[in-house]
Ligand binder design. Structure first.
Ligand code: NAD
Length: 380
């Protein structure tokens, strides 16, 4: 098959879905690889680098789309990008079908077979295609780098001739993929890290990464835990206890990184305005939940603000794109693993096997049908 990587058109998006290195893997599966000119420029991959990897470069999106059987990209397609596609073509990208009903209908009407990278089931076998995790890992790491860049002090403690420096205290709220990556980055910079999650089973993971789990004195320790490893909304009593604990911690913490999300809901408000007011000048909050409304009351999505008491609040929503080269390498790998599953004989022939849990789970339109939401996966 001919696989084509489009240049992203979303403002500021630096990622690309095919890299020169992932192109090599796709070729070994028997595919031809194509890209639009400039597709990798913002991630550091020139047209010449693609050409050296045996990739055909096309002068624009229309020519690329026309030349290929499978279009791969990062962001959900724009109306214009989708309109260029034809019946029977396959699209692989983030899609967010739950928030993009019209896009789903348009893909169905056009007869485009769309595979949503955000719908890959989170089962062990599919980890190599789990782009939500690979991007959350980058976001958690980058959140710490942004915090450090906005913090006028060391993260690590030091004893020097010029004076003794205590380590920065970092609180990570929510210890899913992004939160655990943030814990790893902050501990490796030498900070003293604390972390909280409503799912008590993550306490062990938090501690194994060198951070301290913030325990709540609450009788029902399973209060916020849903089945399948996700959170559910906390009871008002649990939330009150949690906020009480955070109020206790707020004056002490130099950095707060919030990552708390509940599937299908706006982000829970966990870092309230009064907590921000209690923090020391120079402290930094990075709110990774900004796109879903933010965990902090004062977060402004896509912006960095400084409060009257000198607390910096970062609500950027493009953390993976801020590390475009790394994010493209990992996303490119997720995409090529998806294509490896779709090419079982490694002979360049695509087999869209709707009996396969992973392929079925991620397919949102197929043969003029909307196939989202999928039935629950059989393998856990
Ligand atoms: P997420 O982005 O949905 O949520 C981030 C974290 O916020 C979660 O840990 C959640 O428990 C927490 N949270 C929600 N409400 C909170 C509150 N009020 N206070 C504090 N924390 C709160 O999570 P995610 O990173 O997508 O991971 C979700 C689950 O999926 C985890 O159990 C993870 O281990 C699992 N997972 C499995 C696989 C796999 O097996 N392939 C891959 C990735 C993730």
């Amino acid at each position: 098959m001919r696989i084509g990587g489009l240049k992203e058109t979303f403002d500021g998006e630096a990622r690309v879905a095919v890299t020169p290195s992932s192109a090599g893997h796709l070729q070994k599966l028997g595919h031809e690889v194509h890209v639009e000119t400039g597709a990798g420029a913002r991630a550091g991959f020139s047209d010449a680098a693609y050409e050296r990897a045996g990739v055909t470069v096309h002068p624009n999106a229309a020519a690329l789309t026309e030349a290929v059987d499978v279009v791969v990209k990062v962001r959900p397609p724009t109306d214009e990008e989708l309109a260029r596609m034809r019946e029977g073509q396959t699209l692989i990208s983030f899609f967010y079908p739950g928030q993009n009903a019209e896009l789903l209908e348009r893909a169905r009407d056009l007869g485009v077979n769309a595979i949503a990278m955000d719908m890959v089931p989170r089962i062990s076998r599919a980890q190599k295609m789990d782009a939500l995790s690979s991007m959350a890992n980058i976001a958690g790491y980058r959140a710490v780098i942004e915090a450090a860049n906005n913090f006028g002090r060391f993260f690590t403690g030091q004893v020097t001739a010029a004076g003794k420096v205590p380590p920065a205290k970092v609180l990570v709220v929510g210890a899913g993929v992004a939160g655990l990556a943030a814990i790893g980055a902050a501990t490796s910079l030498g900070a003293q890290v604390y972390a909280f999650d409503v799912r008590p089973e993550v306490a062990e993971q938090i501690e194994s990464m060198g951070a301290e789990f913030v325990f709540l004195d609450f009788q029902d320790s399973q209060d916020g835990a849903e089945t399948g490893g996700y959170a559910k909304p906390s009871s008002p009593e649990f939330l009150a206890k949690q906020l009480e604990k955070f109020r206790e911690l707020a004056p002490e913490m130099d950095i707060v990184i919030t990552t708390a999300l509940i599937p299908g809901r706006p982000a829970p408000k966990l870092w309230t305005e009064d907590m921000v007011r209690m923090m020391k000048p120079g402290s930094v909050i990075v709110d990774l939940a900004a796109e879903r409304g933010g965990n902090c009351d004062l977060t402004v999505p896509d912006a960095r603000i400084v409060t009257e008491n000198g607390v910096t609040i970062i609500g950027y929503t493009d953390f993976p794109s801020r590390m475009g080269a790394q994010a493209s390498e990992l996303y490119g790998n997720n995409i090529r693993h998806m294509l490896a599953d779709l090419t079982p004989a490694k002979d360049g022939t695509l087999v869209h096997d709707m009996e396969d849990d992973v392929i079925r789970g991620a397919t949102v339109t197929r043969d003029h049908d909307v196939t989202w939401p999928p039935p629950p996966p059989k393998v856990q």
